[in-house]
Write a protein that binds this ligand. Sequence first.
Ligand SMILES: CC(=O)N[C@H]1[C@@H](OP(=O)(O)OP(=O)(O)OC[C@H]2O[C@@H](n3ccc(=O)[nH]c3=O)[C@H](O)[C@@H]2O)O[C@H](CO)[C@@H](O)[C@@H]1O
Ligand SMILES: C=C(OP(=O)(O)O)C(=O)O
Length: 424
Amino acid sequence: MDKLRIKGGKSLAGSVDISGAKNAALPELCAALLTADTVTLLNVPGLQDVATMLKLIRNMGVEAERSASAPGTVILNAGPLSSPEAPYELVKTMRASVLALGPLLARFGEATVSLPGGCAIGSRPVDQHIKGLQAMGADIIVEHGYMLARLPKGQTRLKGAAITTDMVTVTGTENFLMAATLAEGETILENAAQEPEIGDLAEMLIKMGANIEGHGSRRIRIQGVERLHGCTHQVVADRIETGTFLCAVAAAGGDVVLNHGRADHLDVVIEKLREAGATVTAGEGFIRIQAQGRMKAQSFRTTEYPGFPTDMQAQFMALNAIAQGTSTVTETIFENRFMHVNEMVRLGAKIQIEGKVCVINGVEQLSGATVMATDLRASASLVIAGLVASGETFVERIYHLDRGYDQMEAKLRGIGADIERMKA
Ligand SMILES: CC(=O)N[C@H]1[C@@H](OP(=O)(O)OP(=O)(O)OC[C@H]2O[C@@H](n3ccc(=O)[nH]c3=O)[C@H](O)[C@@H]2O)O[C@H](CO)[C@@H](O)[C@@H]1O
Ligand SMILES: C=C(OP(=O)(O)O)C(=O)O
């Protein structure tokens, strides 16, 4: 297994190109299942999760190729799709595979999708996905670890429905959105997620001929159409990758421009960074951060968008770990998303976990050690901690990092970090 070696203490300067968002690219690859026409996605990030999703849909019979001449371009054609199935072997490494369920049901009237299972950050059930698609008329049974979904005999389309989920669910909203585009009649999604990736998916579906209103709000209305057509769509910039680099610069110090970064998708995080003492400026297609000296620790609580993103919790905690003062971080979305804490403690951080809350007493210096990545954002937080720790830090099990960051170590090296991948 590859690991990262980081020699801490370098400040960061220069510019980084932010990639397309993992959490937009994954549903958008699944949206291509909704049409027999060709769909072209631009700005698709080079991530392990994208490779897994391409494998998953190719396994169904979909033609899906990365363009050799245009980096980031993926051309998809689900015309030849023959097997609407997502097997456990592929689903187990990537929970987002559940996003195949809605489009498959909508277009083919059947789908067999493995239950994703729990993961390091929490149990992550899919009961809301099942309940919502059942409300749209699907028969879904769970058997041998699989969701077996089909339309009742004689029915060729899902039916529009009013769906109110028990909690805000991002991939749940995306599954219903995609399913509803081809359903008969109107679907109203109440308590819908408002993450920018939902808006980006909706924009893509509208280009494909879908009739959608209200995306970006808590109530989305979809009027089903009989068929969708192909489109070309550019994946929105990754706000979590952007936020990760912002935290890295705030922690290590420096002056970095993030090209393609969208400040309007990161309001709360940027506000906290400003309160911490960083200077953050932004314009069309870029964000610049300048940071000098020790930041001031910031307390926060994760909530659904537009609140503080759970996917930024670990990275900001790394900043708090070496900031001045005491902060509290409350995780409200996932029940087990503090796996990075014990690893940070091994680097010298002073953090106590009290249920959903972490109390962090900022220390002046971390000291390098070997630490283990347990999930995607935990990995990123350990990289940030390694950038500021004295001596060398080795981050093991970075296959988690590769799931969701496009060449993170090369991008960090480009702005002056002393970081290298050690191949297994
Ligand atoms: C591919 C993708 O976009 N992943 C993101 C998505 O994950 P994902 O869509 O899986 O997360 P959800 O928004 O669904 O989860 C929110 C909460 O609802 C719970 N829940 C969800 C569905 C369900 O059927 N039953 C249920 O109990 C989850 O366990 C969690 O506690 O949103 C999360 C929350 O912003 C992010 O951390 C992930 O990066
Ligand atoms: C939890 C995350 O992703 P996923 O839903 O793909 O596991 C994440 O991106 O931080």
